[in-house]
Design a protein around this ligand. Structure first.
Ligand SMILES: NC(=O)c1ccc[n+]([C@@H]2O[C@H](COP(=O)([O-])OP(=O)(O)OC[C@H]3O[C@@H](n4cnc5c(N)ncnc54)[C@H](O)[C@@H]3O)[C@@H](O)[C@H]2O)c1
Length: 365
């Protein structure tokens, strides 16, 4: 298969971790007989330095012409970098919002997986996670409370603020279809999270999700109220497979799920539109505190590249090979600094830098 990938290395550790994801994708291509072309474009702080704006039309056009985008991270130290003296719409993060909008990315996927080797980093009691967990949060990204009309007005001598939670059937349907398609590739369980005992938008959400579910008789659908889901995530995370929810609930629950998975350097993510196109990136930021030192953990970016193989290119065997190589590296005791045990334990582990971690994973493909 020919894969036409645009990469946005970005700022801080971005270029370091993207280089390792490319290394692993090239190893996959060599092993399985695929052909990859990478085109690098600028976005974020580096684009401000080069062109005076965080996102150019050239970058948008290059992304639109690609099959998929592999991103590092953007932004700098928000207290010291001159980028943060600019107005908000000119700062690095504006590039991120702009590219998501320009590409119509409405479904955000964040896997939360507990690696047995890293179980000590999980803040939950060991008996709760004795059997591990492996879930994907699917958050609707372009509707709901964050995008509805808002206002602050003066009334009866005080300020009154209003935000509006709006969802249309088509917005719900397209993200639900994504969730059911993904569940089909996994353990075939969708938990749809809403607040249908209170909100009209949630009652519509529930009805449309049920309509979509009717087309997937092989996938089980469960409904769960958001407050109950927040509790169940820490009581028994192993019960979840695919968790589907709207924008604000997903914002909060996906951070909760990330936290119980342990380290930021391990968390991949994907943002998808209606086609096979997707933007794949680690969940963490540009980590200016460790940029340029060669010590950043590239695993989240490498796992994101694995998601690209699975969701954009439908290459499940190749994606499985990436996941397996990461698991094997951990089982072999190889660690970047952020996933070394904090208590000084770890005499049997080998501490490596960014490039060596990439080499070790690529070698295991
Ligand atoms: N999608 C994105 O590009 C994105 C996301 C979040 C934050 N940001 C930006 O990143 C910059 C820094 O933000 P922050 O410090 O709040 O968050 P951060 O995620 O960059 O860093 C938080 C902590 O995690 C560590 N860390 C993060 N990724 C790591 C990795 N791969 N390996 C090892 N350690 C890692 C960092 O060293 C730091 O100690 C800001 O400009 C912020 O706006 C960008």
């Amino acid at each position: 298969m020919k894969m036409n990938i645009v990469s946005i290395p970005g700022d801080g550790i971005g270029p370091e971790i993207v280089a390792e994801a490319k290394k692993v994708l090239n190893a996959v291509a060599a092993k399985y007989g695929h052909e990859i072309t990478f085109k690098d474009v600028l976005m974020g702080g580096c684009s401000i330095d080069a062109y005076g704006e965080p996102l150019t039309q050239e970058t948008i056009d290059a992304c639109k012409a690609a099959d998929a985008v592999l991103m590092g991270s953007i932004g700098g130290d928000t207290t010291t970098s001159p980028w943060y003296k600019l107005p908000p719409e000119k700062r690095p993060e504006a590039g991120l919002l702009g590219i998501r909008k320009a590409l119509g990315l409405f479904a955000n996927l964040r896997p939360a997986y507990l690696y047995p080797e890293l179980a000590a980093a999980c803040p939950l009691r060991s008996d709760i996670v004795a059997n591990g967990f492996d879930m994907v949060m699917i958050r609707e990204l372009t509707g709901g409370l964050y995008f509805g009309p808002r206002s602050t007005v003066e009334r009866d001598g005080q300020q009154v603020a209003t935000d509006t939670l709006v969802y249309s059937e088509s917005e719900i349907r397209r993200v639900a279809i994504r969730a059911f398609d993904i569940a089909r590739k996994r353990r075939k369980l969708v938990t749809s999270v809403d607040k249908a005992n209170v909100l009209d938008s949630s009652r519509l959400w529930r009805r449309v999700v049920e309509e979509v579910a009717a087309g997937y008789p092989d996938v089980t659908l469960k409904h769960q109220l958001v407050d109950s889901c927040a509790m169940e995530l820490v009581r028994d995370p192993g019960q979840f497979d695919v968790v589907l929810t709207e924008n604000m609930f997903g914002d909060i629950l996906s951070d909760e799920a990330s936290m119980i998975a342990g380290s930021l350097g391990m968390l991949s993510s994907a943002s998808l539109n209606e086609t096979k196109f997707g933007l794949y990136e680690p969940s963490g930021g540009s980590a200016p505190d460790i940029a340029g030192k060669g010590i950043a953990n590239p695993i989240a970016t490498i796992l994101s590249a694995g998601m690209m193989l699975r969701y954009t290119f439908d290459l499940d065997k190749e994606a499985d090979a990436v996941d397996a190589a990461v698991k094997q590296v951990l089982a072999d005791g190889i660690r970047t600094g952020d996933i070394m045990p904090k208590d000084g334990d770890g005499a049997d582990l080998r501490r490596v830098g960014t490039a060596e971690m990439g080499d070790e994973i690529a070698a295991r493909i």
